[in-house]
Design a binder for this molecule. Structure first.
Ligand code: DGJ
Length: 720
């Protein structure tokens, strides 16, 4: 074919496509969960609109019309007036895109009941080689929708993606309140709510790796004034992405809000070669008519069933040595720590940082990262011996890794200075004296994989890994990527990181794993699918942990929130124990520094956790009954799925008169016994055990058996 006939053929194709689009009838596409519905419309003009997101609408509800401002995935350059979801430079340099509906399919997941995948194909009539597929996976039982876009280039040349959101949800209300989860090292997961004004509000991060230190990729959008705990319409969103993200909330003149969510477009142009498809990370979202509480319960249920590793597997009671020793230990010291592990009821000893490095021993955070051979001076008999020594004392053994990083004082850096992420002509900048290895380099990928394999394969006694990551990207350059692909670095990094995490999870299915990042600098459902729990904060002062765990509980279930009893903040031991008991319980302390009575108290708590608490918190529904943001106390309740048992955790943070605690979620008709558990040794409860039916209990409640600040109680409610 000569040039002229090619153009004629393309023109014909274009016209045929246009004619079929404009003559196409409008059609509604409904994406439903048990209680909610997202309704889209492929309009007569072929454009895709969002008609409704909210409570499931009655079948046969009359079709509404939509305006351009209701577009479900707006593109730049086709007359849309607000912030677009997609901006593309096509192979011929055209910077506009105009997508029209082509087809859609909806299929039930053959492996998972109640999971339906709807896929909507869109194409640009002027660029037949360019395609976008919008994907919606609806989880009926959990009321969660997982949404992502796939962008395919079959144009004759490369195209550039400059904006490629995962989702562009539209909400309609008169007053929007947005809660973000912000923080910093030792102050993670603070909730901050504000009323949104017209214009754009951006929540984002540009830190690349350990990207969530100052802001987690989650949001709570209330449509009925400030978000309430159990009433009101709330949309919750969580981006499954460990790198740079951006949420842009734009309110237009008609008070319509669009939430654009996805990878941060800042410095992230992505060049797509012909034949390639770019899949965005998924936004998980839920629409709750039961306020933040309903939103959290949806996320928790989804996470346990679909979002995290082994959601139903009991998390072991860990004894970690970081607070006790930092890097200052040897084999004898560790064995002395194992000795008492069983005594306090630990299931597993988790050896933290400091076990490796010979030429540059890891005695502090200035040296050794990257040299993953066991330190012969500290551990002359190696890891197998150490794991065996733990196992012989009745506890399993786990280990700390930070595979992505290197200290300049290391043999690795001496050999491969070009393996790190940095910019040419610039002095290296450090974070915690370390640098990040460039995962876009195949040799680095092979090396990081070998760290996992060389540690785990020869040591089957290691059955737990804490995966840490302690710095941000400040010089986003790769000596591996070509000049024109530098903006791919932080995106490709995440994909390779997930491959590595998946490798560990799939090759070592019996090894449980905790996600850590200098506290919780990287916690999201992209990474959490490969992990059992995460480390919310190095701040284990139980007073401050109440807030940190409260913040994370918005999106993450109890069994993912590692919570260890330490001595930080020197708060009463009973209070520290009770705060840790509401999460995935553990201990981080040289237990020889506790008195025998204190050790017995911790041991009793471990037993209680294993037998009475974990079975309820691990898959119970969470009701947050009193917020520490509203009053100086926090009250949390977990109710078992069969409503036969509940636990109420009460943490006093001040001395004021509090109203009665009214549990929620009980069966009104069942009779329950109410009693305080985990009493301090020798103490008697101020709450006399009693029985009441669920309706009475929920109506009248009970007075907390506490008086002073830093007192705490756990109330057990069991059906007779
Ligand atoms: C940061 C983590 O948050 C800590 O728990 C500990 O593992 C240290 N890193 C070790 O370097």
């Amino acid at each position: 074919m000569n040039k002229r006939s090619v153009s004629a053929a393309l023109l014909l194709l274009f016209l045929a496509f246009h004619i079929s689009l404009f003559s196409a009838p409008a059609r509604q596409i409904s994406i439903g969960t048990g209680n909610t519905e997202l309704v889209l419309l492929a309009g007569k003009d072929g454009r895709l609109y969002q008609l409704h997101y909210g409570a499931a609408s009655p079948a046969g509800k009359p079709r509404q019309s939509a305006s351009r401002d209701d577009e479900a995935y707006p593109q730049y350059g086709n007359g849309f007036l607000h912030e677009p979801a997609l901006r593309v430079t096509h192979a011929d340099g055209n910077t506009s895109t105009d997508l029209r509906y082509v087809s859609h399919t909806a299929a039930d997941d053959p492996a998972r009941a109640g999971v339906t995948h709807t896929r909507i194909e869109l194409a640009d009539p002027a660029y037949p080689g360019f395609r976008v597929a919008l994907n919606y996976r609806a989880y009926a039982a959990e009321n969660i929708i997982e949404q992502w876009a796939e962008i395919t280039n079959n144009e004759p040349g490369a195209i550039t993606l400059s904006r490629y959101a995962s989702a562009a949800l539209v909400a309609k209300s008169t007053a929007y309140h947005l809660t973000q989860i912000h923080g910093a090292y030792m102050r993670e997961a603070s909730l901050a709510e504000e009323r949104l004004a017209p214009g754009i509000k951006i929540l984002d991060t540009k830190l690349g790796v350990r990207a969530h230190q100052f802001r987690a990729p989650n949001f709570i959008l209330s449509l009925d004034g400030p978000a309430r705990e159990e009433t009101g319409r709330v949309i919750g969103g969580a981006l499954a992405w460990s790198g740079n993200f951006q949420f842009a909330f734009e309110i237009d003149n008609a008070n319509r809000l669009r939430a654009l969510c996805g990878i941060n477009p800042f410095a992230s142009e992505y060049i797509l070669a012909p034949g390639d498809t770019f899949a965005t990370p998924a936004l998980l979202h839920t629409f709750s008519t039961e306020g933040r509480g309903g939103m959290s319960r949806n996320f928790h249920r989804w996470a346990r069933a679909h979002g995290i590793r082994d959601g139903a597997k009991p998390r072991p009671v860990l004894l970690n040595n970081w607070e006790a020793t930092h890097c200052d230990f040897d084999e004898n010291k560790l064995i002395s720590l194992f000795e008492g592990a069983r005594e306090v009821g630990a299931d597993l000893f988790l050896l933290d940082d400091g076990w490796f490095g010979n030429k540059y021993p890891r005695d502090n955070d200035r040296a050794g990262l990257g040299d993953w051979e066991v330190c012969r001076k500290k551990l002359p008999n190696g890891l197998t011996h150490l794991a065996d020594a733990a196992i012989a004392r009745g506890v399993a053994f786990g280990i700390w890794l930070e595979p992505e990083m290197v200290n300049p004082a290391s043999e690795l850096f001496e050999k491969h200075p070009d393996w790190v992420i940095t910019q040419p002509k610039r002095e290296l900048t450090y974070g915690r004296n370390q640098l990040i290895l460039d995962l876009t380099r195949p040799e680095v990928r092979a090396f990081e994989r070998s760290i996992i394999d060389n540690t785990l394969a020869p040591n089957p006694g290691i059955t737990y890994v804490k995966w840490d990551c302690n710095r941000y990207v400040t010089q986003p350059g790769s000596s591996h990527l070509p000049a024109g692909r530098q903006s791919h670095l932080l995106i490709d990094y995440q994909h390779h990181l997930y491959d590595l995490m998946r490798h560990m999870a799939e090759k070592y299915p019996g090894v449980m794993a905790m996600l850590c990042s200098g506290g919780s600098g990287r916690v999201d459902y992209g990474a959490m699918r490969h992990f059992h729990s995460f480390w919310p904060s190095d701040n284990t002062d139980p007073h401050q942990r109440v807030f940190i765990q409260w913040g994370f509980s918005q999106f993450f279930p109890s069994n993912t929130l590692s919570a260890h009893v330490t001595n930080m903040g020197k708060k009463p031991l009973k209070f520290a124990i009770d705060v840790a008991l509401s999460g995935a319980f553990g201990i981080d302390r040289d237990i020889s520094r506790w008195t025998p009575a204190e050790r017995a108290q911790v041991a009793a708590a471990s037993k209680l956790y294993r037998e009475h608490i974990r079975p309820i918190t691990a898959d119970g529904d969470l009701y947050r009954l009193a917020s520490p943001y509203d009053q100086p106390r926090a009250v949390l309740e977990y109710v078992s799925q069969d409503r036969a048992a509940a636990l109420v955790f009460i943490y006093n943070l001040g001395e004021v008169a509090y109203p009665a605690i009214k549990p929620l979620g009980l069966d009104p008709a069942k009779t329950y016994r109410v009693r305080e558990i985990n009493l301090a040794p020798g103490a008697t409860s101020r709450l006399k055990p009693y029985a009441a039916d669920g309706a009475t209990l929920m109506r009248d409640g009970f007075a907390a058996p506490l008086r002073r600040s830093l007192e705490s109680a756990i109330i057990e409610i069991t059906a007779e």
